[in-house]
Design a protein around this ligand. Structure first.
Ligand SMILES: Cc1ncc(COP(=O)(O)O)c(C=O)c1O
Length: 428
């Protein structure tokens, strides 16, 4: 595989950009080697600057539910571009966007558009704090909610009460209001709630986690979490930045049959452009400025190009509800292929899948939480990643990520991926 041009570009990029990339995981640090520079994407595939072709299972880390550059999003963007790029004043498309989100996700009564998933989650936490007048919140180990200071907390061993910063630059003060619980462990939540009575504004969770690999909440756990939030008047926030419009038109909350108080969105909601949103119960969302005192703003929020692309994506979902069946069919075909391969190499690696989000962990233990996920052999994942890449299959360059299937993946793509998987397993 010739990757000369990518290598040259990476050397050049490192002179001007920290680590040569604009988001850390793109740098291939956890799998070794240099990142590839991508030039063009179409459907299920993309091409690097050295003209190597890959079947892509990252889909820009989630947004590309329909593959790369679908014509209905491209046309919507070109149309919007005719009128200008940004006005800093309301546009009619923002109403269309809010309307379609509230139709597809019924727990969302009011919604505010922002520019990224991080903005969505940090604004949702602020809304919950403003609404409850409380300061602390609970997050779960292994869940990622973007890079706002108080989300970048990881528990020290056994620490259940107070967070400690794991990123330099996060102050102790910021960390102190973040309480850490264990995913799928309701006792860890009960303990924190009892220790911090009437002090917890919100519990934020990835209802189907995609940032420690793919891990689904247990039905009983999420029901109890909802009940605790009701009893203690804690705002339950579902971070659906990844799962929203991916696992179902109504997101993970539709799959689980549980309504959160607030939801956050990103990725698919922008049709490939930088967009996020947060929304939920009217009485909470009405606290947001200018209808209420909780300040939240954005120069480019509700940007016309971003709204055009995002609306085209959501409209396509609304008009084609059968896409989720098709995604399930493709994804289960891939999963079954992988499982057969594992049997033929006598491995019993954990494999979790919810709809078109899937992850194979290099551990034979069942993975229901972060502690189990981190038992994966990441070195072997790195080797596996490069073997797949050599065979033209582009996976996430890190073990603890989801593999995304899109509507554009064909049976031929899936078969090629399954063959590459078997050969790669044999190599590693
Ligand atoms: C569940 C979840 N929340 C929040 C974020 C942050 O979104 P962004 O990278 O758009 O800021 C991500 C990003 O991967 C995510 O997966």
């Amino acid at each position: 595989m010739n990757t000369e041009t990518s290598k040259k570009l990476f050397e050049e990029a490192k002179k001007h950009i920290p680590g040569g990339v604009n988001s850390p995981v793109r740098a291939f640090k956890s799998v070794g080697g240099d990142p590839l520079f991508i030039k063009r994407g179409d459907g299920s595939r993309f091409w690097d600057v050295d003209r190597n072709e890959y079947i892509d299972y990252i889909g820009s880390w989630g947004p590309h539910l329909f593959g790369h550059n679908p014509s209905f999003i491209k046309d919507a963007l070109l149309n919007a571009l005719e009128n200008g790029t940004s006005f800093g004043a309301p546009t009619a498309m923002e109403i269309e966007m809010a309307r379609i989100i509230t139709e597809l996700v019924p727990s969302v009564q009011l919604v505010r558009m922002v520019n990224s998933g991080t903005e969505a989650t940090m604004s949702a936490i602020r809304a919950a704090r403003g609404y409850t007048g409380r300061e602390k919140f609970i997050k779960f180990e292994g869940c990622y909610h973007g890079h706002a200071d108080y989300f970048l907390i990881k528990a020290g061993s056994g620490a259940l009460t107070l967070g400690v910063p794991t990123s330099p630059g996060v102050t102790k003060g910021n960390a102190a209001d973040t309480l850490l619980a264990d995913y799928n462990d309701i006792e860890s939540v009960k303990k924190l709630v009892a220790l911090n009575k009437n002090e917890i504004a919100a519990i934020i969770i990835e209802p189907i986690a995609g940032n420690m690999g793919v891990v689904k909440v247990k039905d009983e756990f999420i029901k109890e979490l909802r009940a605790i939030c009701n009893e203690e008047k804690i705002v339950l926030i579902f971070d659906e930045v990844m799962t929203g419009f991916r696992v179902a038109a109504g997101g993970a909350q539709e799959v689980l049959g549980i309504k959160p108080d607030l939801s956050t969105f990103g990725k698919i909601i922008g049709g490939g452009l930088p967009v996020g949103a947060f929304g939920g119960k009217r009485e909470i969302m009405e606290k947001i400025a200018p209808s209420g005192p909780v300040y939240q703003a954005g120069t480019l929020s509700g940007n016309p190009l971003a709204m055009a692309a995002g609306f085209a994506a959501l409209k396509h979902i609304k008009d084609n509800p059968n896409i989720y069946e098709a995604l399930e069919e493709k994804s289960s075909y891939l999963e079954n292929g992988f499982r057969k391969n594992l049997i033929s190499v006598s491995k019993n690696y954990a494999m979790n899948r919810v709809g078109s989000m899937m992850c194979m962990f290099f551990t034979e233990e069942t993975v229901n939480d972060f502690n189990a996920a981190v038992k994966s052999d990441t070195k072997t994942y790195g080797k596996y990643f490069h073997e797949m890449l050599k065979r033209g299959v582009y996976l996430a360059p890190a073990q603890f990520e989801a593999m995304f299937v899109s509507t554009a993946h064909s049976k031929e793509d899936l078969d090629k991926t399954i063959s590459a998987h078997l050969e790669s397993l044999k190599e590693v």
